[in-house]
Structure formats: structure tokens, C-alpha cells
Design a binder for this molecule. Structure first.
Ligand SMILES: [Fe+2]
Ligand SMILES: [Fe+2]
Length: 134
């Protein structure tokens, strides 16, 4: 396991917490599958599921912010877009090299450090606003 759920604080909107926790489960499953050197097909399948899940997570927040007219929407959305660009690059690199270690290294060094700062800051402010709006 790379990330325990207690390192990602809950925000005041249940739907967002559910999305975060599901993502953490997928992230850990992917990470453990890589670290225990499971077959490549299994890694590829989980990696694709993880990518889809992140896209769903960030689009859910973007849409909610847009619909509610949240003041920090452009800033928050930009952070999401940076991650999606990184993930596109990672996918490309992985398809070229077929080296799963680049995925686990990315998760350790970029994605997790980002998530544990992003959730209690931008997501938390967003959730507070959305909880009042909805
Ligand atoms: Fe989030
Ligand atoms: Fe977010």
C-alpha cells in the first residue's frame, strides 16, 4: 500500500470523499500489482482503470464548480489539467518502454504528494462552497 486513507482528510461533501477513497483503493491496487511484479496485462488493465478514474474524479469537480459558479474554478481546474497532462505523458512513456516502474515512481513522487496537499486545500474550499450551494 502506498497511501493510507487517513492521510487524505475528508472534505464537507460526501460525493467527493467517496470519489477520493475509491481512487486511493485503485491507486494502491495498481501500486501493489507493480511492486509484486504481477503479469503485464494485469498492470495495464489497472493502469487504464486508474487513468479513467482520475479523469472522472477531476471532471466531476470541474463540472460541479462550473455549474455552481465557484469563484476559484479557473485555478482549481488548471491544477487538474496539469495532472492530466502529466498522466498523458506517463501513459505515452509507459507504452513506449513497458516499464511499470515509471508508473510506481510517478505515483510515489508526484501523484501522492500532490493529492495529500490538493485535497485539504483546493478540494476542501470547493467542497465547502458546493455543500452550501447544493
Ligand atoms: Fe478531488
Ligand atoms: Fe480537485
Amino acid at each position: 500500500m502506498l497511501l493510507s486513507k487517513d492521510r487524505v482528510p475528508q472534505v464537507p461533501l460526501m460525493e467527493m470523499n467517496e470519489i477520493h477513497f475509491e481512487e486511493i483503493d485503485l491507486l494502491n491496487e495498481l501500486y501493489d500489482t507493480i511492486k509484486s511484479q504481477k503479469p503485464m496485462e494485469q498492470i495495464e488493465k489497472l493502469f487504464n482503470e486508474f487513468l479513467e478514474d482520475v479523469r472522472y474524479h477531476l471532471e466531476f469537480e470541474n463540472n460541479a464548480m462550473k455549474e455552481s459558479g465557484f469563484f476559484a474554478y479557473p485555478m482549481h481546474r488548471q491544477e487538474h489539467e496539469m495532472r492530466l497532462q502529466e498522466l498523458d505523458q506517463l501513459k505515452e512513456q509507459f507504452e513506449k518502454t513497458k516499464n511499470p516502474e515509471i508508473i510506481s515512481t510517478y505515483l510515489e513522487q508526484k501523484f501522492v504528494p500532490w493529492l495529500i496537499i490538493h485535497v485539504p486545500t483546493m478540494d476542501n474550499v470547493t467542497a465547502q462552497y458546493l455543500a452550501d450551494y447544493l
